[in-house]
Design a protein around this ligand. Sequence first.
Ligand SMILES: [Cu+2]
Length: 180
Amino acid sequence: MFATMLSAMFALLFTLPLASAWQQHRVTVGPNAQLIYDPPFISADIGDKVIFSFRQKNHTVTQSSFQSPCTPLLGPDGVTVIAFNSGFNPVGADVVDNFPEVSLTVLTTDPLWFHCEQTGHCAQGMVFAINPPADGNTFDKFKAAALATAAPPTGGSHARAENNRATRYATARAAFAAKD
Ligand SMILES: [Cu+2]
């Protein structure tokens, strides 16, 4: 009995450090000229690292929110960036290795939502998530909301929507520049 308990304790001692070790996740940004993150979402624990490896075109990984998939997550003043942003990572057509990489460390088990800031990419579904819920605010709903931000093909509101969008990007860029 005692021996059994002892071996159970040892098993626990030797198991815990392994269970709590952080993992590295690799995400490819824009593989094969597609406007996607591969994989589109991951499950991660606190302390895990996510390595974003950028491919051709000029993409970002920019934190947003479930409610506004294609808008950088800003602080209460509406200007200050409070969240993760890789910045733009241009990759030329002739690049075959040493792709640019940006690393993120996961500090919460809450869902984290991201998009590509390149004009039009988010509206074409270029979004990513860490720990999206299986029910409720799912990744599929997040992506659908991103696709829904695309400007309608016809109608008087088209130009106005695009103007608002441009202003929002300019504001976000200014905030990033100030941060650096
Ligand atoms: Cu992109």
